[in-house]
Write a protein of this length. Structure first.
Length: 188
């Protein structure tokens, strides 16, 4: 979905302990920065940094960076726990020169049936589960271009059968547990 080159910059919004930030830094040669409002998670991320990547305590709804200061912005399920998601998305688009990618929880999935009912359970407690139509509505007013939406993780068990189903399901099937959204930052 995102086509990044070595040396380009990526802001991981809601990085938590920095797992995905480190992976992107190692696997793609991007210059990565992680942000999260949780001081303990940021302390952990700093202690486990794989290089010189910075980790900062800050709020996704009020990013302390100038316009277009990163090539890409990324957020993996963090927006599902932010009350004013539209404001956080505006901020992510504001600081992105080229594009963005999101991983969100899908309300129309087996994962939601297992973990998301009511207020959710475990790590999913309090999460907002999105629908694809809801995301289209949110992004319609934000100036996003070339938006792509896909789903993944159709069977949450991750056993051999689930992995085979993942390989056979077309990318357009809308019932995966996670929704991936990517696009080009517009003028939103």
């Amino acid at each position: 979905m995102l086509k990044a080159s070595p040396g380009e910059t990526l802001l991981d919004v809601g990085c938590g302990t920095g797992y995905f930030t480190r992976r992107f830094g190692q696997d793609s040669a991007l210059q990565v920065t992680g942000i999260d409002p949780d001081r303990d998670a940021i302390a952990y991320a700093r202690a486990h940094a794989c290089g010189a990547e910075p980790y900062l305590v800050c709020d996704a709804r009020d990013l302390p960076f100038p316009d277009a200061s990163f090539d890409f912005t990324l957020s993996v399920t963090a927006l599902c726990f932010i009350e004013d998601q539209r404001r956080a998305l505006r901020e992510m688009l504001r600081v992105a020169r080229k594009g963005f990618a999101l991983g969100l929880l899908n309300r129309h999935s087996l994962l939601h049936v297992q973990k998301g009912k009511g207020r959710g359970s475990g790590a999913y407690h309090g999460a907002h589960w999105h629908t694809i139509s809801e995301l289209r509505d949110i992004f319609a007013s934000l100036g996003v271009q070339e938006m792509q939406i896909r789903t993944a993780v159709f069977l949450p068990s991750a056993n051999l059968t689930a992995r085979l189903v993942e390989q056979l399901c077309p990318h357009v099937v809308p019932w995966g547990g996670f929704i991936a959204v990517a696009g080009t930052a517009g003028t939103g």
